[in-house]
Design a protein around this ligand. Structure first.
Ligand code: PGA
Length: 258
């Protein structure tokens, strides 16, 4: 069985005074509840990144950035480089979230440049892929997701690919107004993603790449999503923006592991 991943992306939310009690509550919980045989991660905005990395040093919590540029430095006003993300102490970097694709010009090709830059800087890319509602309606969900996965992996060596985590996040499932994917539907796409990775690197390697689900995950649907064989974890927005919500979801993942 692959390990379980459970994490939350905060999007453009939380200032320091909101993040402090949240993090303390999660750290206290982790200390009291003992070992967790999976991966727990937090993806705060850039303004909290270095602070959060410092606060979580020596704890099981992994911390990630929400985006980055692919160049190490240069005349890119407003951007943050892989070297800077690494320098903050981050373990991972979220790339290609649908909000970035829809609103900030992120494409499969810029995601690919960022994936390679992340790997070359010792950062684990957390690559978000997912079809839009129209693509689903037209019966090209699988094609869209396979295209996103294969372009993201262009130039990635076989010994690097197991450092990636893919998050399947159907665009129609994300955020206010989103509908969570049916677990069996999500599982089918996860299996397609794994197959696409297998076509490039072989099924054995593909089997070691975590593919997690995101989009309207809640305390109510988390367990049934985790029960699906190809769903290796959950990437949560709104339902984990309060510490209690995140802790509840970690407990569900914990129960799934035992
Ligand atoms: P949501 O966000 O859980 O609030 O739908 C998920 C995401 O954007 O990753």
């Amino acid at each position: 069985m692959r390990s379980v991943w459970i994490g939350t992306g905060w999007k453009m939310n939380k200032i320091l005074e909101e993040a402090e009690p949240y993090l303390q509550e999660v750290l206290d919980y982790l200390e009291e509840s003992g070992d967790f045989e999976g991966h727990i991660f937090l993806v705060p905005p850039f303004t909290l990144l270095r602070w959060m990395c410092r606060m979580t040093e020596g704890t099981p919590l992994l911390v990630g950035a929400q985006n980055m540029h692919w160049e190490q430095s240069g005349a890119y006003t407003g951007e943050v480089s892989p070297a800077m993300v690494k320098d903050c102490g981050a373990h991972l970097v979220e790339l290609g979230h649908s909000e970035r694709r829809a609103m900030f010009g992120e494409t499969d090709f810029t995601v690919n440049k960022k994936v390679n830059a992340a790997l070359n800087n010792g950062l684990r890319p957390l690559v978000c892929v997912g079809e839009t509602a129209v693509e689903k309606e037209c019966g090209v969900a699988q094609d869209s997701v396979v295209r996103q996965v294969k372009i993201a992996l262009h130039g990635v060596q076989e010994d690097q690919v197991t450092d990636l985590v893919f998050a399947y996040e159907p665009v129609w499932a994300i955020g206010d107004g989103g509908t969570p994917a049916d677990p069996s539907y999500a599982n089918q796409i996860h299996s397609t993603i794994r197959q696409a990775i297998g076509e490039l690197y072989g099924p054995g390697t593909a089997d070691s790449v975590p593919v997690i689900y995101g989009g309207s995950v809640t305390g109510e649907n988390a367990a049934s999503l985790l029960e699906e064989p190809d769903i290796d974890g959950l990437f949560v927005g709104r339902a984990a923006w309060e510490a209690a919500g995140f802790i509840g979801l970690i407990n569900i993942a914990r129960a799934h592991l035992t």
